[in-house]
Design a protein around this ligand. Sequence first.
Ligand SMILES: Nc1ncnc2c1ncn2[C@@H]1O[C@H](COP(=O)(O)OP(=O)(O)OP(=O)(O)O)[C@@H](O)[C@H]1O
Ligand SMILES: O=P(O)(O)OC[C@H]1O[C@](O)(CO)[C@@H](O)[C@@H]1O
Length: 226
Amino acid sequence: MVIGGDGSLTGAHLFFQEFGIPAIGLPGTIDNDLSGTDLTIGFDTACNTAIQAIDKIRDTATSHDRLFFVEVMGRDAGFIAINAGIGSAAAATLIPEKKMPIEKLVDRLKARTKAMKQSNIVIVAEGGKSGGAVEIAEKVQKHLPYFDIKVTILGHLQRGGSPSSFDRVLASKLGVAAVEGLMQGKYDVMAGIINNKIVYTPITKAIVDDKEVDEDDFRIAKILST
Ligand SMILES: Nc1ncnc2c1ncn2[C@@H]1O[C@H](COP(=O)(O)OP(=O)(O)OP(=O)(O)O)[C@@H](O)[C@H]1O
Ligand SMILES: O=P(O)(O)OC[C@H]1O[C@](O)(CO)[C@@H](O)[C@@H]1O
C-alpha cells in the first residue's frame, strides 16, 4: 500500500508493472491534485492550518491597516489557495491555473479601500503565474505606494501536524478500502472517494493532471472579496 501524491503513486505503478508486486495506492497529498477522488488525505488539514494562520494575520492587518500577501502551498495546483480564499473571505486569491493581471488586482484593492473594508489579505498560491507572494507584493507596491504591505509565507507548516477529524476519517475509510481492494485482487489502482462512494481508479489515470479547481469556487471567492 502506497500513500502519497503523483510521485509516490508512479512508484507504486512501476513496482507492479516491473516486478509484479501487488500494489495499491491511497491519495495522500495536501495539494488535492489527484484524479479519482474528490479529496486527498491531508488537504483538509492543510486548509485548516492555512485558514487558522490567516485568521491570526487578520488581527494585524486590521489593527495596523496593512495589506497582507499570504503565500500558501500548491506549486501547480490552486486548491489550497482557493479554499483558503473562500474560507477567509480574502481580498483576492491568485492561483497557478489562472492569471490575474496586476492591474486587476490593484483595482480590486482600490475598490475595497473605497468600500472601507476593515482588512486586506490576498492569498497567493506558491506557484502562481505572476510569481510568488513576494513578487506580487513588490509589483502591487509600485502601483499603491501609500499601502503598508507585508508578506507572510506559510510554507511547510501546512505539510505537517495533527490531522483534522475529516482527514482521519478519510484516511481510515481509504485504508480499509485499500486492504479490501488488495484482498479482492485490485492491483495498480488507487482507492478514492467520489460522491461519498469508494472508487478504484487505475493509478495511471489518477496521476493524470486533469483535476481542475471548480469555476464556481472562483465565482464564490470573488463575491466574498467585494
Ligand atoms: N517516476 C518515479 N518512479 C519511481 N519512484 C518515484 C517516481 N517519482 C517519484 N518517485 C518516488 O516517490 C517519492 C515521492 O515523490 P514526490 O516527492 O514527487 O512526492 P509525491 O508523492 O508526488 O507527493 P506530493 O504530491 O505531495 O509532492 C520520491 O521520493 C520517489 O521515491
Ligand atoms: O518545497 P518542497 O518541500 O520541495 O515542496 C513543496 C511542494 O510540495 C507540496 O507542498 C506538496 O506536493 C506542494 O504544494 C509544493 O509545491
